[in-house]
Write a protein that binds this ligand. Sequence first.
Ligand code: UDP
Ligand code: MG
Length: 314
Amino acid sequence: MNLSIVIPLKDEAESLPELCDWIARVTDAQQFSYEIILVDDGSTDDSWNVIQQLRAGNQNIKGIKFQRNYGKSAALNEGFKAAKGDVVITMDADLQDSPDEIPGLYNMIVSDGYDMVSGWKKVRYDNTLTKNIPSKLFNAATRKMSGIYLHDFNCGLKSYNKKVVKSIEVYGEMHRYIPVLAKWAGFRKIGEKVVEHRKRKYGVTKFGLDRFVNGFLDLATIMFVGKFGKRPMHFFGLWGTFCFLLGLFISFYLVISKLINFDYAITNRPSFYIALTVMIIGSQLFLAGFIGELISRNSPERNNYLIEDKEGLG
Ligand code: UDP
Ligand code: MG
């Protein structure tokens, strides 16, 4: 199969028929063999019925229905697990992403050899300050922390080599950071394509401003887990040792200066309390590292590495 199109959706019943028709028009024109995986993320409207009807008319349409609302990341994760196509494209269900971009995104993976391509909504129809300024800040922070130079991390329209989606796990609010997850999984050729941004035709947006708070915490998790997830002691141990030694050094200094001039009590000096605090913080960090290490040693995932290729082995 050439192409899997994964679409997370919550309460988008009105958009689905139009969206699927449009996708089918585009993929038929290109003569792709394809599947459309609609992941119903706990919709309370008629979406699942609509999906069943659409499937009756086009067997390329497939559906997954969550028992309740788990969020866009969870929906994408399930869609990725089910996808069978060589190229996987994600898009939003609300018709803000144009299916006409599909052939272009597909070719960048297949012909230009990108691991993943992210859409960039360069011209937004909703140029409001409340949506634009937080999203500019968010993109700048993500660029800085991840070292991936994309303009628009959060665009729902993206395409992937199948290998990428099978190597990553998306949860929490991490759908905003899939390029970062891909980079940590070892996929470095990440591209960008300017895509059209359209007006939401039906329904309302499902995300408010709280997205940015949770988003930043998730970025911190990704950066930390990616770097130290399998070796927590290297982080906590380093800083723990540093703090402890600093405290020890200050204590020595206090003891020596006490031996030289007998005339004051060590506890009268502010540096005594600093020494005490950093030594306690240091041992705490060290302990956190040990516990982290014990947990990661017991994790069933501890020896899961992503293997790209094998010769002579099954
Ligand atoms: N969505 C979802 N689960 C949720 C929230 C949203 O699957 O909990 C889907 C939604 O149906 C849409 C896509 O994620 O297909 C993007 O959501 P939305 O258009 O509301 O976000 P915006 O475009 O305003 O950023
Ligand atoms: Mg939208």
